[in-house]
Design a binder for this molecule. Structure first.
Ligand SMILES: [Zn+2]
Length: 407
């Protein structure tokens, strides 16, 4: 083999294997995302005076269980570390050897009540606790009146959705001929990071929509909004088929699997709010996700049109970016899209809050990395299921319709 031929082979191989990385970015309000320690719960069953409490399941959160008097028990719910956004997530099981009525105080330490209790008797079918059995103490902790028996009572801040539940949904989507489900990395504690690639035919040169979910573990209503959005894109409708032929969707359904399965309030196993790490990528979940997106898009010579990141907060709101840094071809799209959603669902609450670049959050990363539209799609903690589903479907339909006609 002559030297020149060998040189070509080396160049070809290195180009062929090249993988791209996300660019480090400077944001106006940087956030230190270097690891800090987290406090893990002790996984156990407490048994006190015939009453048992248990946190040994995925998504469970209960730090301590105490008896105050004959009829009152106290569940201590403390965060993985501090400072932290006050999203006191709890999930645990209760039962009693004898039928018994108790008062249960949910003690959030420094935080206030946020998630109204949901109950289940089998861990699958959930409903909100009867509101007459719920009150707030000292403007902070919740007091619940519960009837216990030897039947297990499950109690949680939202219907728990673990990494296994997400995997079940991905497995179902993966049956679709235009979906490929893959693992692109590992979390800090070695759980899988998943991507689903949606689209018909070749990925080459396609404009791409990126969907992110569950950077923040308790934000289950955001997850509930993602599902109808994706299912509408994969539906057997004319508009969806045309959309999948022209566009590609990269879906990252579970960015913080450690935090989700460990029942964290907000952070990952590095003790960091992942949605502040989109500048320096110090946490493995964001490093690998950002690189994966950049690499997938560049190796296919595609472009990112829009990134949507699904979350939950107190009310439904779309957090958007100012358009100064947006690629000119995309200007006006966001206003038109949100306007159509609002006009189609006039009875639903609609809020948009637009801001300039600030902290390194994903919506701003899409703008700075790609000049793309970035939106944090927030659903209220208490938004009813049917509203979430209808909004998800309409949002996806309007997005597809507008993008198919967009130059
Ligand atoms: Zn969030």
């Amino acid at each position: 083999m002559n030297k020149i031929y060998l040189l070509f082979v080396v160049i070809f191989l290195s180009v062929g294997c090249k993988s791209w990385q996300a660019t480090t970015l400077k944001f106006p309000d940087p956030v230190d995302t270097v690891d800090v320690p987290v406090q893990m719960q002790e996984r156990k069953t407490w048994i006190i005076d015939g009453v048992s409490a248990d946190n040994r399941f995925l998504t469970a959160h209960l730090n301590d269980f105490q008896q105050e008097n004959d009829s009152t028990f106290r569940a201590i719910i403390s965060p993985e570390n501090e400072p932290i956004n006050p999203s006191p997530w709890y999930a645990f099981k209760l039962w009693s050897t004898e039928e018994r009525k108790i008062d249960l105080v949910l003690d959030y330490e420094n935080a206030k009540q946020r998630y109204f209790p949901k109950i289940s008797y089998n861990g699958r079918d959930w409903q909100p606790l009867d509101s007459s059995l719920f009150s707030i103490e000292d403007k902070k902790n919740a007091r619940l009146k519960l009837a216990l028996s030897s039947d297990t009572l499950w109690l949680a801040g939202q219907v728990p959705v673990s990494s296994q539940d997400v995997a079940d949904w991905c497995r179902k989507l993966d049956q679709h001929p235009e979906v490929q489900w893959s693992t692109y990395g590992k979390s800090k504690l070695n759980r899988d990071l998943w991507m689903l690639n949606l689209g018909a035919g070749s990925d080459k040169g396609k404009p791409t929509i990126v969907l992110l979910c569950r950077q923040h573990p308790p934000e289950v209503t955001g997850w509930e909004a993602l599902k109808p959005f994706v299912e509408t894109i994969l539906a057997d409708t004319e508009i969806a088929r045309r959309f999948r032929a022209q566009y590609r969707v990269l879906l990252f359904p579970l960015l913080n699997p450690d935090g989700v399965d460990l029942g964290f309030w907000r952070h990952n196993a590095g003790g960091i709010d992942l949605n502040r790490d989109w500048a320096y990528y110090r946490q493995p979940e964001i490093r690998q996700t950002a690189d994966c997106i950049v690499n997938e898009v560049k190796k296919n010579r595609g472009t990112v049109v829009m990134g949507l990141d699904f979350h939950s907060t107190y009310k439904d709101v779309y957090y958007t970016n100012e358009e100064d840094l947006l690629r000119p071809a995309l200007k006006g799209f966001k206003d038109k899209w949100l306007g159509e959603i609002k006009a189609t669902l006039p009875d639903f609450s609609f809020r948009e809050s637009s801001s300039n670049l600030g902290k390194p959050v994903s919506k701003s990363w899409f703008l700075t990395q790609f000049g793309a539209i970035g939106i944090t799609y927030e659903i209220g903690d208490d938004t009813p299921q049917e509203v979430i589903r209808q909004k998800g479907r309409v949002s996806a339909e309007k997005m597809m319709g507008l993008l198919l006609g967009w130059d």
